[in-house]
Design a protein around this ligand. Structure first.
Ligand SMILES: Cc1ncc(COP(=O)(O)O)c(C=O)c1O
Length: 381
């Protein structure tokens, strides 16, 4: 079905930071399958883990334990909120589970009255009906009304609006620490702090959607670490399975037993193969120096982009780590992305003015230089 505006290219192979078309032409990938191929394409450790697991055990369903599921849950929980994990199959499903967890938490505490969920304007949480309702972007929601009841939208970084929206009927605030699809817009420290305090005061959950920001993308294992707070619940997906489909919800110990047997489920979720891949991903991300290099490369790219602000070629540079975006003075972003493709560079635009950069976390300075040189020439033209 025509749900995607696809670029005119077909890829047949991927290796490291490059994709290859049918003619063997190499394309430098600064999209990473939308922050999925964060270790680069076909990382040998991921390929080997999948190869071994697929020959040993592919699926059991969640009526039984498997070792990779337990181990990946331990790695996620141990590196973040310390509680239990529910595995889903995508970002939307992870958020759907988090929304249900918040509603059940509200029910357990205050009955149906405590059901309202606050999300941020311009955010993105997925395309299922509940996550679309959480996605406060009217143009995406319009063809699918009526939406779910019980959601309130607040402008990002507006503390007064957030405080005004909070009440005893709120069961959760759900937000991305850096809005990804909305154009790479980080939340401010003060706003996140206010959300932490307000949720505490009103007995509501603070849920971070780290589907795009999580697992090293912003230069920290989790983006919440930039704000010196911890959420109560966090969702992950995208790069978690080394490019195999998997999502996860992790809750702090206090909220780990909100779901009880029979209250939520999925047949595929947490299967041994994507979990084995996820364990390999964690081993790479937590290798000594890995995240230091992500931060260095991110700083390098950001500083080179900021020089283009001085030249008037860009009007804004923002983001964290290797999740960066620039605004152009004119609405030429789609044209620049097409031009890049002609020159065997893969870029992405989130709007007519905004180009987003999500290179693999293993990107080199030379690769970044190539993209900067391309941008300079394209924007001067
Ligand atoms: C922050 C965020 N949440 C949720 C999603 C939805 O994830 P999926 O496409 O795997 O359903 C995305 C996808 O871009 C995302 O960026």
């Amino acid at each position: 079905m025509p749900t995607y505006g696809r670029q005119p290219v077909e890829f047949v192979r991927g290796e490291g930071c490059y994709l290859f078309d049918q003619d063997g032409e190499a394309y430098l990938d600064f999209v990473s399958g939308l922050s999925i191929n964060n270790l680069g394409h076909c990382h040998p450790a991921v390929v080997e883990a999948v190869r071994q697991q697929v020959g040993r055990l592919i699926h059991t369903c969640n009526l039984y334990y498997t070792e990779p599921g337990g181990e990946l849950a331990r790695l996620i929980s141990g590196s973040s909120l310390g509680g239990k994990v529910f595995f889903a199959n995508s970002g939307a499903e992870a958020n759907e589970a988090a929304i249900k967890l918040a509603r059940k938490f509200g029910h357990d505490l205050g009955g149906e009255d405590k059901h309202r969920i606050i999300t941020l304007a311009g955010g993105f949480h997925g395309r299922t009906m509940a996550t679309l309702t959480a996605t406060a972007q009217p143009e995406k929601q319009a063809p699918f009304t009526p939406l779910l009841p019980g959601f309130t939208y607040v402008p990002a970084n507006d503390i007064d609006a957030l405080a005004a929206a909070m009440d005893a009927d709120v069961c959760a605030i759900l937000m991305e620490p850096v809005q990804g699809e909305g154009g790479v817009r980080p939340l401010t420290q003060d706003f996140v702090q206010a959300a932490r305090e307000l949720t505490g005061r009103h007995q509501a959950l603070l849920i971070f959607d780290e589907v795009q920001t999580g697992l090293g993308r912003t230069g920290r294992l989790y983006a919440y670490e930039h704000f010196q707070i911890k959420p109560d619940v966090m969702t992950l997906a995208k790069s978690l399975g080394g490019a195999l489909p998997i999502g996860a919800v992790v809750a702090s110990p206090r909220y780990s037993d909100v779901f009880t047997p029979g209250t939520h489920a999925t047949t595929f979720g947490g299967g041994p193969v994507p979990c084995a891949a996820g364990i390999a991903v964690f081993q790479q991300l937590t290798a000594p120096g890995f995240l230091d290099t992500v931060r260095e490369r991110g700083d390098f790219m950001r500083s080179r982009l900021e020089r283009m602000l001085d030249d008037g070629l860009l009007t804004d540079v923002r983001g964290a780590g290797l999740m960066l975006a620039v605004d152009l003075p004119r609405p030429r972003a789609a044209e620049i992305v097409s031009l890049a493709l002609e020159q065997k560079l893969i870029l992405n635009n989130t709007s007519a003015e905004t180009i987003r950069f999500l290179p693999p976390l293993i990107v080199t300075e030379d690769m970044i230089r190539r993209v900067i040189e391309f941008l300079k020439i394209a924007l001067e033209g």
